[in-house]
Write a new protein. Structure first.
Lengths: 263, 334
């Protein structure tokens, strides 16, 4: 455990140090002089700002979609389904995690393609596939991370004694009121716990957007391009710091809700 | 196989009614049917003159105090107590006033802004009680509410619950497996066994005239004299029970009052209980009787001790309880 922590923190430290180095524009070699140029560049070029905010926006949207989808599923699994159905549903939720990430992303690529499954299903209603782009990216990411939202909410709700729900009904609340006044507040820490997964995973993703994102760029793709073809490691490191900082801010905010004790 | 079979009980308005039985005897199932959490497979539940059989819990004029109290952990005490009024859209001022009243009734004035997690078991129990009573239900259902409390607190709460019940005048239906609790609090008690009601009676009747050997054994301690032992000791056939405090130990061959029988035996063991001592006497026929002797502090009484000395157990014929239900053995059908 300790070594895991040390390795992780060292890698983060190295990332941050690298982000403060410069690159010789001519030779492309890294010059180990201290500078904030990379961060200044991030701020000064509107395109990077746009990409950063777009990434955060998509991560937030994915998190919101997953929370909306996961809550009723998790509630059904934890409190309504029979033990047999519950087991089957847990397996159904876990199963996609056993399949390769790439395969799933390519499956969505196929579905979003022109004349693909979505077009075919939507055509009777005059609907079309959104095509490759940010909408497709959002949907794909929401699909990929949904289990990470369902499982914490399921675990959180399962721990809530049935008597609390019965008490709410007994005191005169219908199911809808019970969900609003008892179930949701009690599930909230678990939703927050799940959102940490969906939000951070979406912030750092670059594969899904490469496969279904069309021309759309996110932080991940920019970092990937700078590590690879552009070979500007210090700039990639600087941009990669952005999601880390965003996550730290998010975790600090989340800590106040008490959700971290629920993990 | 049903959890409860053929139950027919009428509970009077304002009554403190207990359902007593060992775990798994169906008493909690009956309570849950009254609350609306379970549906009876047949039969009906009347609340006053209204048929409540098919009503969901939130449409019944009945409230429950749960065994684990089921206090909402994300609300403070006052919000918990107000909950029922809030979901029924009682206006804020009136809601607050009634909640304060309910808290006062359970002696928790000024605790409203505390978190339930800051409370002890006894206080949480009071919060649960206030939260139910604030709705002024026709019937309050209590599912072993004192089970989680330690003995001393339990005794206090027994008295207090009875007091509160008298003050508010609401019908209480109380589930417990503790016979002492049922006897000390209730107007009437239904004794459950394996999904059936063995007897419904006042505590006095239950103790003095148990209807079956199960009731005699479950409510209080009793000596059972039946079969051959009855022939031998009492000279009559049948099944009898006798309470330990109705037996006396006298010197062997001592003369006794008219109507009293004596049975010779030896004291095998003495259990000191504080207010009383129990002597286990082995009779000459081989069967044993438990004799209770109150600790009156009188020096005239000879000390109780296990010995091989022959003594006699005296008992008045009127103290014999004739059991109609037969023995446990004869009730077990193949």
């Amino acid at each position: 455990m300790l070594w895991l922590g040390v390795a992780y923190l060292a890698a983060l430290g190295a990332l941050f140090v690298t982000s403060l180095w410069a690159q010789n524009d001519f030779t492309g070699e890294i010059e180990r002089v201290w500078t904030f140029d990379n961060f200044r560049q991030l701020w000064d070029f509107p395109v990077y700002r746009t990409i950063a905010f777009r990434t955060i926006g998509i991560a937030a949207l994915v998190t919101a979609i997953d929370a909306l989808l996961a809550f009723p599923i998790a509630l059904y699994m934890a409190k309504v389904a029979s033990p047999r159905v519950r087991r089957l549903m847990v397996i159904a939720v876990l199963m996609p995690l056993w399949a390769s990430y790439l395969v799933k992303a390519y499956a969505w690529r196929g579905m979003f393609s022109e004349g693909g499954l979505i077009d075919w299903l939507g055509s009777p209603f005059g609907l079309h596939s959104p095509g490759y782009g940010l909408a497709a990216t959002t949907i794909t990411l929401a699909y990929l991370w949904l289990p990470y939202m369902i499982l914490p909410i399921f675990a959180g709700l399962e721990r809530v004694p049935d008597s609390l729900f019965e008490a709410s009904g007994d005191l005169g609340a219908g199911s809808f009121t019970t969900i609003r006044r008892v179930v949701l507040p009690m599930a909230f820490p678990a939703v927050v716990a799940g959102s940490i997964f969906t939000f951070s995973l979406s912030l750092g993703d670059y594969i899904a957007v490469t496969i279904v994102g069309g021309a759309g760029q996110l932080i991940g793709t920019v970092v990937y391009a700078n590590v690879g073809s552009a070979n500007n490691l210090p700039f990639a490191a600087a941009f990669a710091t952005v999601p880390v900082v965003v996550m730290l801010i998010y975790l600090a905010a989340v800590r106040r809700t008490g959700a971290l004790e629920n993990l | 196989m049903h959890a409860v079979e053929d139950l027919d009980v009428e509970i009077a308005d304002g009554e403190f009614f207990s359902m007593l039985g060992p775990s798994g005897s169906g008493k909690t199932t009956v309570l849950r049917m009254l609350a609306g959490f379970e549906r009876p497979t047949r039969g009906s539940i009347l609340l006053g003159d209204h048929d409540a059989t098919g009503l969901p819990p939130h449409r019944r004029d009945v409230n429950t105090v749960f065994q684990d109290y089921a206090i909402f952990p994300h609300m403070d005490v006052l919000t918990n107590v107000e909950y029922g009024l809030r979901v029924k859209r009682v206006d804020r001022r009136q809601r607050r006033r009634r909640a304060e009243e309910a808290l006062a009734a359970v002696r928790l004035e000024g605790y409203g802004r505390r978190r339930p997690t800051q409370h002890s078991g006894g206080q949480r129990q009071r919060v649960a009680l206030a939260r139910a009573l604030v709705n002024r239900p026709k019937v309050l259902l209590l599912d072993e509410p004192l089970g989680a409390l330690d003995l001393k607190l339990r005794r206090e709460m027994q008295l207090e619950l009875k007091q509160i019940q008298r003050d508010v005048g609401i019908t209480f239906v109380f589930v417990t497996h503790d016979q002492e609790e049922a006897l000390s609090m209730s107007d009437r008690v239904a004794v459950f066994r394996e999904g059936r009601v063995e007897q419904v009676a006042t505590p006095v009747e239950l103790y003095e005239r148990p209807a079956s050997s199960f009731v005699a054994g479950f409510v209080g301690t009793s000596n059972r004299i039946g079969g051959r032992a009855a022939q031998q000791l009492l000279g009559t056939a049948g099944e009898y029970a006798v309470r330990p405090e109705r037996l006396r130990i006298v010197p062997a061959g001592a003369s006794v009052a008219p109507g009293e029988l004596t049975m010779p035996g030896k004291v095998r063991e003495v259990v000191y209980l504080g207010p009383a001592a129990h002597a286990i006497v082995e009779l000459n026929g081989g069967s044993t009787l438990t004799v209770s002797r109150p600790n009156t502090g009188g020096a005239s009484e000879p000390p109780l001790e296990a010995s091989d000395r022959l003594v006699a157990v005296a008992l008045h014929r009127d103290s014999l309880i004739e059991l109609s239900g037969g023995t446990e053995k004869t009730e077990e059908k193949p």
